[in-house]
Write a protein that binds this ligand. Structure first.
Ligand SMILES: [Zn+2]
Length: 309
């Protein structure tokens, strides 16, 4: 595992700075997998995607927290983010035509002019643009198999605020925090809502991952924990094998064992869509485990052994 820079990001509401780690590379050696889909991998540590400001308590998506600085592992001290960037295409790996079309829109020129610009790299996409705009350009053109380079344009000469040396990491949230955020309308679309409801479910189960704590069935938990799972069941895209497996596991944890069998029926799994053959074989393996547990009337969270397929 190779850590990347620690990013200094701020609360969109009160500007309080926080820190979050990044990874340059990682792997799943020593990973532990659970029947509710959670994976804990020591060599692939997860960072929150949704969090709560430690200063003002407001909830926010980490992608909405502006980056103001970073602290690379090889640096003695954090540094301020550049105030702006020049953005350019420096390499093209695939066909020019789709890139020229996007470039013409970006620069407001015609297709011929855009094509001509691509013949003499680097091609400038933007000058003196803020971090968010530079990253948006990098993402839009990066999808077209080109290398987009961000070069700092204006840099601040102000010293780094002393508090940056001792910032707190952005926190993972509790089940009740996720539920409060959902009630407050922090999910911007169905995808967000599914993400937050899965996060709430995993948080609700986190107390039972230590191998010692006896399982508390959902019927004995807070009503909102059950409502969360029922709503998640409604939202999952049921054409995918992965979603059918998750639906089955939700039903199992809710002690609706007959429904588990319906979700994991051999013909249902065969007609599902999969990302690739490797995903399909993992899902079929876990489906077998979940069916066995359901047959025994067991609703408890289970640690999976995926290494010995
Ligand atoms: Zn705040």
């Amino acid at each position: 595992m190779l850590p990347g820079p620690t990013l200094i990001i701020t609360c969109p509401r009160c500007n309080a700075p926080h820190r979050t780690g990044t990874l340059q590379s990682g792997n799943t050696i020593g990973a532990v997998y659970w029947s509710d889909g959670k994976m804990v991998a020591p060599m692939l540590p997860e960072e929150p995607s949704f969090t709560k400001c430690t200063a003002c308590g407001s909830f926010c998506w980490v992608s909405d927290m502006p980056q103001v600085g970073q602290w690379a592992p090889w640096d003695d001290a954090p540094c301020r983010d550049p105030l702006s960037f020049d953005v350019a295409i420096t390499e093209i790996w695939e066909g020019h035509d789709p890139i020229a079309e996007r470039l013409a829109v970006q620069l407001g020129c015609n297709l011929q002019e855009a094509k001509a610009k691509l013949h003499s790299l680097p091609t400038v996409l933007g000058q003196d643009v803020a971090r968010a705009a530079a990253n948006a350009l990098e993402k839009a053109f990066g999808e077209l198999e080109v290398n987009v380079e961000l070069t700092p344009c204006r840099v601040s000469t102000e010293p780094v605020p002393p508090e940056w040396f001792k910032l707190a990491d952005i926190p993972f949230l509790s089940e009740s925090d996720y539920m409060t955020a959902l009630e407050a309308g922090l999910a911007r679309n169905v995808e967000d809502e599914v993400f937050l409801r899965i996060a709430a479910w995993h948080a609700s189960n986190d107390g039972f991952r230590d191998g010692n704590t006896p399982w508390t069935p959902y019927a004995e938990r807070n009503g909102s924990s059950v409502e969360n799972l029922e709503r998640l069941l409604d939202l999952l895209d049921k054409t995918k094998g992965a979603s059918r497996l998750m639906s089955a596991e939700i039903c199992r944890q809710l002690c609706r064992f007959d429904e588990v069998k319906r979700w994991l029926d051999a013909s249902v799994l065969e007609s599902s869509t999969y990302y690739d053959e490797s995903e399909k074989s993992s899902i079929l393996h876990v489906a077998h485990v979940i069916l066995e547990l359901a047959d025994r009337g067991d609703s408890a969270l289970s640690q999976l052994n995926l290494e010995h397929e």
